[in-house]
Design a binder for this molecule. Structure first.
Ligand code: 3H9
Length: 693
């Protein structure tokens, strides 16, 4: 065996040159891999004793893409196109043997090979869109030629993977092998011995011709993705590249792909999305944990409350094959909860996301009970009753009395003091917050609340478990509203204040929608129900919300709130009476109304969040700024192409944020706007949140 670089080896076995890549953890196509591949393939090609070349990877996966850390840095090593040309232009068959995930530049490398084999568990995809990029290694030109134009568009716009069976059926791979090395070698020998042609994907025209017959293909596809891709730049660039693949020569298509890739990789959206990729992974890491920390096995989970939240939480565990016992106080509520879970699963099955067998298996792992003590031997309990401190304390007192020793006791509180909840138990070290977001089976975020006494083992187990159940977790300390709701409250305060000064609710909502949020605070209020926390008997019309609820405009569910809602389409429209009502309040509190620019509305909403985020960091309630971004992107619809509030603050300049906060303070005479000490410090040092390590 010859080491070509420290990441690539070359050895000849039975006249097959085996080029093996070893760049843990995911065999990213780093400079050393590119140079190694180029040197090894050209050397093997020139070796008369070699009949075929096999590219294979060590460790857990085939090349999972370009090395994301290299983007934005000066280029090193052999350029990708030169590597690809060496593979595709080799004079003897080059075969890739694929396991794990062949993604991005990894799949693009494989597509330059003349043949591909894979083990049955392998997966294939071009997920560059998730990084604000397009496949820039020929993927936009080669994939449509193999899987067809429509399917390639779907794969590249969603970033989703396909499995080996699909890959075999459409010709993305040529054979499924049992053993990666032996199967790959046997296939390579067969190709060489049979003198099979050197198949170049670039020359395949069948599927391109087919797409040319449908002149509406791209228009229809664009329409189908418009809502999901709103605000993102990369998807349109991908579609344009594929249009090129259909209408231009391969080389022209590659040229266009490169130009668009360069535009995206140097743009702000991709910078934000690449930052976010690492932020999400970082958020799962707890600083200063002992290396030998043993995790607590979690095989059974008890859930208290079978409402929307409890049922949704249960589904996460059931989906991961973990048994759940769900507790309610009344049979009717229990039946209702179970029916909702079962209906959700059946809907997923009817959409082809899971099979009816899956539905049965999952429901079989769900045990309903009216007796809370039935969960006593569970490894984890998640309390999901409504937000009331007395009730939560009562439940935790009971749990403490019968739960087995070593069980994790979690509360799904979204804002209450977890330390106070833990204090009623004799085992506060076992108590932790699991703040799920509604709908809990859909929303990715798990805001993990670390109590003052929560043990390392409980915290580390929760983080590992979050991955198992498909959540993205970020840790918050105990403070009112934790990270997410604490910052949201600041935005809410300003949104409510602003409507008495000038903009109407729809003006505020429109600005936030245009920024990239799915909806603004007023539309969100209407969706959630304006009567949450509203008490009819105590309502004295003192706020706009009181007045709206008193008129039975309690939000979408009553067909009206801040907005009117069309009974058929649910489309919202502004209501002149609400406008009058708001003006009446302005007058009552003596606020002169004036024009606001969109920029000012945005700053009034976002800058208080940034300021609060800084306070959260200052108080040690978050390990790092990027954790705050993870909470906002996954739990509150912050557009990922803007990275999150803390990344956004850096991108517009923390000094600019501070200056504006001070202006608002002067204008408003309100201490609310006082910049956080951390912002002051960072600005004075010429730093940003990104410099906090
Ligand atoms: C591309 O290919 C562009 C080309 O079209 C054109 C070029 C011209 N680079 O996710 P995990 C790290 S763009 C660098 O926890 P899993 C990751 O940060 C790329 N690092 O594991 C983590 O580090 P740490 C297209 C990477 O088993 C560790 O590996 N490809 C990369 O849950 C483990 O990661 C993609 O977008 C990378 N490409 O999932 C694929 N990938 O341990 C991105 C991972 O320090 N990757 N790391 O925290 C993934 O989707 C998942 O990592 C994968 C494994 C499915 C592979």
């Amino acid at each position: 065996m010859t080491a070509i670089t420290d990441m690539v080896d070359l050895e000849t076995r039975d006249a097959v040159a085996v080029v093996s890549v070893d760049n843990p953890p995911v065999n990213a196509l780093s400079a050393g891999v590119r140079t190694g591949l180029y040197e090894a393939v050209t050397r093997a090609d020139a070796d008369d004793a070699v009949k075929a070349v096999l590219i294979i990877c060590k460790g857990r996966t085939f090349i999972a893409g370009a090395d994301i850390r290299e983007f934005g840095k000066p280029p090193k090593g052999t350029p990708g196109p030169k590597v690809q040309a060496a593979i595709e232009g080799a004079s003897k068959p080059v075969i890739s043997a694929i396991h794990g995930t062949a993604l991005g530049g990894g799949l693009e490398t494989a597509l330059c090979c003349h043949y591909r084999v894979a083990v049955s568990s392998a997966q294939f995809g071009l997920p560059e869109v998730k990084l604000g990029l397009l496949p820039g290694g020929g993927g936009t030109q080669r994939l449509p030629r193999v899987v067809g134009v429509q399917k390639s568009l779907e794969m590249m716009i969603s970033g989703d993977r396909v499995d080996a069976d699909f890959a075999l059926a459409c010709g993305l791979i040529d054979e499924i092998v049992d053993d990666l090395m032996e199967g790959g070698l046997a296939f390579a020998k067969k190709v060489a011995d049979e003198g099979r042609p050197l198949v170049k994907v670039r020359d395949a025209t069948g599927k391109i011709e087919e797409a040319r017959k449908d002149p509406e293909l791209f228009a229809t596809f664009r329409k189908s993705i418009a809502r999901k891709t709103r605000g993102f730049e990369a998807p349109e660039d991908i579609v344009q590249c594929v249009e090129d693949a259909v209408s231009k020569s391969f080389d022209e298509g590659i040229q266009g792909e490169r130009e668009r890739f360069v535009g995206l990789v140097s743009g702000q959206q991709s910078a934000a999305q690449r930052y976010y990729f690492f932020a999400e992974r970082q958020a799962n890491k707890i600083p200063n944990l002992p290396k030998d920390l043993a995790l607590i096995p979690v095989n059974t989970v008890g859930i208290i409350g079978a409402g929307t939240m409890g049922g949704g939480i249960a589904m996460n565990f059931l989906n991961a094959g973990i048994s759940v016992i769900i507790v309610e106080t009344a049979q009717e509520a229990l039946d209702r909860g179970l029916a909702v879970v079962s209906k959700n699963y059946e809907r997923s099955a009817s959409r082809g996301r899971i099979t009816m067998d899956d539905v049965e298996q999952r429901m079989a792992k769900l045990t309903p009970t009216l007796n809370m003590e039935d969960i006593s031997s569970c490894d984890l309990v998640v309390e999901a009753v409504f937000e009331n401190m007395d009730l939560k304390k009562e439940i935790f007192t009971r749990l403490d009395s019968f739960m087995k020793e070593g069980a994790i006791l979690a509360s799904n509180t979204s804002a209450l003091n977890l330390n106070e909840i833990a204090s009623v138990t004799k085992r506060p070290e076992m108590v932790i917050g699991h703040h799920y977001f509604s709908p809990a089976n859909v929303m990715k975020l798990l805001e993990v609340v670390r109590g003052d006494k929560t043990s390392d083992a409980v915290l580390a187990t929760t983080m590992a478990l979050s991955k198992k159940i498909g959540k993205v977790a970020a840790v918050s300390g105990v403070c009112p509203g934790f990270i997410g709701n604490r910052m949201l409250a600041q935005r809410g305060v300003q949104a409510q204040k602003m409507i008495f000064e000038g903009p109407m609710p729809w003006d505020v909502d429109d600005v936030l929608y245009d920024f990239g949020f799915p909806m603004g605070p007023f539309a969100m209020g209407d969706l959630a129900g304006l009567d949450i926390g509203w008490d009819k008997s105590k309502s004295r019309g003192e706020t706009v919300r009181d007045r709206l609820c008193e008129m039975d405009r309690r939000g979408q569910k009553t067909g009206a709130g801040y907005y009117n809602y069309d009974s058929q389409t649910r489309a919202k429209s502004p209501e002149p009476m609400v406008e009058e009502l708001i003006k009446e309040f302005s007058e009552k509190i003596g606020k002169a109304r004036r024009e606001f620019s969109k920029e000012e509305i945005l700053q009034r909403c976002i800058y208080p969040m940034i300021n609060e985020g800084a306070k959260i960091l200052e108080e040690g309630m978050s390990y790092r700024p990027s954790d705050i971004d993870v909470v906002w992107v996954n739990g509150y619809g912050w557009p990922v192409y803007r990275g999150g509030p803390m990344f956004y603050a850096d991108s517009i300049g923390l000094d600019n944020v501070m200056a504006r906060l001070k202006e608002f303070q002067k204008q408003d005479g309100d201490d609310f706007w006082e910049p956080a000490a951390l912002i002051n410090k960072l600005v004075t040092e010429g730093k940003g949140f990104k410099d906090i390590t």
